[in-house]
Write a protein that binds this ligand. Sequence first.
Ligand code: HEM
Length: 343
Amino acid sequence: MASLHESRFGFVHHCLILVLLSAFYFSCSSSVYVSDPPLSLDYYKKTCPTVLEIVRREMECAVLSDPRNAALILRLHFHDCFVQGCDGSVLLDDTITLQGEKKAPNNKDALKGFRILDRIKNLLESECPGIVSCADILTVAARDAVLLVGGPYWDVPLGRKDSRTVGYELSNTNLPTANDGLLSIISKFIYQGLSVTDMVALSGAHTIGMARCVNFRDRIYGDFPVTTAVDPLSMNYLKTLKSQCPPVGEDNKEAAMDYLTPNLFDNSFYHILLRGEGLINSDQELYTSAFALQTRKLVKKYAEDQVAFFEQFAESMVKLGNITEPDTFVDGEVRRNCRFVNT
Ligand code: HEM
């Protein structure tokens, strides 16, 4: 267990992991990763007992005013955790001395929802100043986001610290993209200590939210890494998508990733994959890729059994939220404003 954990930070190149991948791929059904720092469920019990209520109330308002906000917060949490661990680094604004992650190519124009976190942070700073980290706020807010649009509940271990650093370069290498092939995506999850099962379940997050034209253009106009011929977008669906996303321009125009129930957290994302109608290529790869032996089985399972999907999603979200970069906890702080490190 220890050696896997250590290797997480030792392997700089994903390609090295790919060499090991075949062994993992056929043997691992769940991650053996464990977080180092002492996260606990009652971390704020004495210092800020109302933290969970405050986050929930604000997330209720945010999701009620626009259900899309649930998707924005969930994605922010994912992009936080995959870059130097769940340390609030994604929330930092650019300054003269710091090039934040927000403008890294994989995040630019794609991450939103920061104001929701500012609001929650302000309330918590009035209630219990200097106590609750932005990383913890984001982790709890993501859990509440899922719950509020119909998804499962899970307990969130707390006690993360906020980083004083950002991972601009890591945002480019660690985050999966729409055009990544299946093996590349699996390797990026294994690098974080997450299994193939975690990856397929967490991809179910795409049951809510939108993707921009720039991320599905290659898919609808045929210029993508076709791995088998069995992933037809139905003609009508394709026609609609093409009318929303022209071959050139309109990069930021959006379409729902789950056109069946875009604002509901359910398992229809997997039904869509079974029909070959995944909006972004990397999602469809879970079912259609020539390497999709294990992932195809999981897609079918979650399509048939929403309870199994919810249980695994909750378990995998805890693992995602526990990803840590040990340095953050040594040098970490509780930011007073999520956008800037404390002076
Ligand atoms: C498996 C690899 C993944 C890939 C390749 C991927 C890629 C993407 C892409 C390309 C988009 C559209 C972004 C845009 O066009 O602006 C997106 C949206 C989204 N992703 Fe993922 N993602 C992955 C995993 C995850 C995970 C693990 C989560 C959360 C647990 C997540 C949550 C979301 C959400 C909620 C949205 C919608 C955001 C919105 O509505 O603005 N994704 N993802």
